[in-house]
Unconditional design. Structure first.
Length: 702
């Protein structure tokens, strides 16, 4: 965004066209305001304030788009021609501040001194006169919201329940849509929690619990029994209308889901066909399905109930698929309050990724007596969009008082008795508490490395300084480690995997799973997609793409394409509901051929993705515009994943997305090793900065 582009779009003819459209569509807040101003089709709007374009250079560094600037202009015009230039400028700044916070995921802008508003005004480089004008503006807006004053600003500000573009409630400024969403979600969650009154133990459930707890799955070291926290979470999930289970990665949340299903397979209330499993992304939904299947297959001498569950386990899907998303320009779903989801129990994994809008759709689509279980890690990155619903639920006094929240503190992914795993856990705990990871484990958790050649891929290692030359040397070492860790990788990539009309056969599926598991062991995580200095995921993917071509030589050129080479990891960037591929789904480019006897039999590179217990393949051309290389991804894209070896690539200078929550999420993706590349100063600044989203949901929930 630059000054010239803003000036170009804010021309008088363009503005008149938008205002006329607003008047025609008068059911919107903008339309009502435009009509109130007397703006009708064909009528001139001379005398209205002109957008202060001199503000644009002061906000270029912020995450604001042209649409945000235009919204500020559109709302502020509703104040009318009599508004002083000072008050108009203050109004624009206030709206932009609200948009900055909503872009960061907050639902509201607290107006208390020394808080979010002052921080944002500092970033705007607001002058003393602008700050005084904003205070004057807010004083008048507060009186309007309480109904004690009427002025030209009454077209813009209102209190709770008002239909105005900006709402002031609980000393916070809301965009009207977010205020409605938050209030509606809060009321629905409050009802679910209030209906979850402790009941007398059900003898059938107690008997089933005893049996399930007595016959846990087995592992390499013997039976894997649930601990006391996990058993409490299972009990909470089996009674009441809502349960919230929060725990760090590897704390056994999937074991809780499997145990709940095992109990219900014995009681039949609700029956298995009335249970839905879901997650925000296809990757998380597929991992949920596989984890449950692994849990059930590890039960020694499984009885009839467990065998039936393994055969008829409820399928897992994305939340969008569960709600019946209808592709189009509007966020429409087939299921809503008039056409609710048929299942009686909904179990949702990775719930920290659920934003306020999707939570609203979900809650409105529940049957009156339906129950829902949310699982996730409240300390992880919240959703990319607005809201931090899981965090607010875990903080809810009402939910905790009713025994609806279960917190799991133990991690079984990186075991305490394993030295590398212990170091990862210690560093993650330190980051989560706002302490330097260098201090974790008595200062022994993180090992400093000055050269890429010193990296051992054990525990947590910090490569500092993270100069470009050291990064490139590390990339080369990472590339070589990926290739050498599977001695016959080249042979596996050179062969053609035969697919029939119904997909891959069992033998081919096993071979594909082995190669997918190998690639999943390694992942580079970046803070941003595009960052100067070669630390963004796009730069890293380009480097590995070039190196991959060089390392595989002529054979790769013959088999691959210009954009994607055989053996490259790829990721879907945009939902395609017709192909059942979703944003964030990970795959590999492999050579696939139709089975013998098929017309036009020809082996060619295709993008292969996991689906259910097998895999599906699509021609690269069919995915044009929605596929990207995935040697590296952003930390946000990695949520719901787990890898043996993780590299965290820090930017050269601190950037806004680098927060404690992002670092905690990145570190906890690893099971065996973490390599952090970047300066200690940037790392420490990230640990100190939190992604504290301003939300009123916890207040609504007590």
């Amino acid at each position: 965004m630059n000054t010239e582009s803003i000036r170009n779009i804010l021309t008088d003819s363009f503005m008149k066209g938008i205002v006329i459209m607003a008047a025609i569509n008068s059911w919107t807040p903008m339309g009502c305001g435009a009509t109130a101003m007397g703006v009708l089709p064909g009528k001139e709007t001379r005398g209205a304030p002109v957008f202060p374009c001199d503000l644009v250079p002061r906000i270029e560094h912020l995450d604001l788009g042209i649409e945000d600037v235009f919204l500020a202009w559109e709302i502020s015009r509703l104040a009318g021609e009599g508004t002083s230039p000072e008050l108009y400028r203050a109004l624009v700044l206030l709206i932009l501040a609200a948009r900055v916070l909503s872009g960061e995921g907050s639902t509201r802008l607290p107006l208390v001194q020394g808080g979010h508003l002052d921080r944002t005004l500092d970033e705007f480089k607001a002058t003393d006169s602008e700050r005084k004008a904003i205070i004057t503006l807010l004083d008048e807006a507060q009186e309007i919201s309480m109904g004690s004053r009427n002025s030209s600003l009454s077209n813009i500000f209102g209190g709770a329940g008002s239909y105005r573009p900006l709402i002031i409630d609980q000393s916070c400024l809301y965009l009207q849509k977010l205020h409605v969403l938050e209030a509606r979600v809060g009321a629905a969650l409050h009802e679910l929690i209030s209906d979850s009154i402790a009941e007398e133990p059900d003898p059938a459930i107690e008997s089933a619990l005893d049996e399930v707890f007595s016959f846990p799955p087995g592992g390499a070291a013997g039976s894997i029994e649930l601990d006391s926290e996990q058993k409490a979470a299972v009990r909470a999930s089996l009674n009441g209308r809502i349960a919230i289970v929060s725990g760090r990665p590897g704390s056994g949340k999937t074991s809780i889901v499997a145990s709940v299903l095992r109990v219900l397979a014995r009681t039949g209330n609700p029956p298995l066909e009335s249970i839905a499993l879901a997650a925000p992304t296809g990757k998380a939904a597929d991992r949920m399905r596989r984890s449950i299947a692994d849990h059930l297959s590890a039960i020694p001498d499984a009885g009839a109930a467990d065998q039936k569950l393994a055969e008829d386990c409820p399928p897992s899907s994305t939340l969008h698929r569960l709600l019946g998303y209808i592709p189009g320009r509007l966020e429409r779903f087939r299921h809503n309050q008039n056409n609710p989801i048929s299942e009686q129990l909904i179990i949702i994994d990775e719930s920290s990724m659920i934003d306020l809008a999707i939570m609203d759709h979900l809650l409105r689509a529940l049957q009156p007596e339906a129950r829902v279980v949310f699982l996730g890690d409240a300390d992880q990155l919240p959703s990319i969009e607005t809201g931090a619903v899981l965090r607010d639920l875990c903080r809810s006094h009402l939910a905790n008082k009713q025994g609806r929240v279960a917190v799991l503190k133990m991690s079984y992914r990186a075991r305490e008795e394993d030295i590398s795993g212990k170091r990862i856990l210690d560093a993650a705990a330190a980051i989560n508490e706002g302490a330097s990871p260098a201090e974790a484990g008595g200062g022994r958790a993180v090992v400093k490395r000055m050269q890429a050649q010193e990296i051992l891929f054990e525990g947590i290692e910090h490569l500092e300084p993270g100069t470009e030359s050291q990064r490139v040397k590390f990339f080369a070492k990472w590339h070589e480690r990926l290739r050498s860790s599977m001695p016959d990788l080249e042979e596996r990539l050179s062969r053609a995997y035969e697919a029939g009309p119904s997909g891959f056969d069992q033998q081919t599926t096993v071979a594909l799973r082995e190669i997918f598991n190998h690639y999943e062991r390694f992942k580079i995580l970046c803070v941003t997609r595009i960052t100067a200095g070669g630390t963004g995921s796009e730069f890293v993917n380009t480097w590995f793409h070039t190196r991959w071509i060089e390392s595989r030589g002529e054979e790769n050129k013959a088999a691959g394409s210009s954009n994607f080479q055989v053996g490259e990891p790829v990721m879907i960037t945009r939902n395609d509901y017709s192909l059942r591929l979703y944003n964030g789904d990970s795959g590999l480019v492999l050579i696939v051929s139709p089975e013998a006897g098929t017309r036009h039999r020809r082996a060619e590179p295709m993008a292969v993705f996991p689906r259910g217990g097998s895999f599906v393949a699509f021609p690269l051309e069919a995915l044009r515009g929605r596929l990207e290389r995935a040697w590296a991804t952003t930390v946000h894209k990695a949520q719901g994943s787990e890898h043996e070896n993780v590299t965290i690539l820090l930017p050269e200078v601190h950037v806004r997305p680098l927060t404690r929550e992002l670092l905690y999420t990145a570190v906890t993706r690893a099971k065996k090793s973490v390599v952090i590349i970047g300066s200690g100063e940037v790392l420490e600044s990230g640990v100190k900065r939190t992604m504290e989203r301003a939300s009123g949901l916890a207040d609504i929930l007590g």
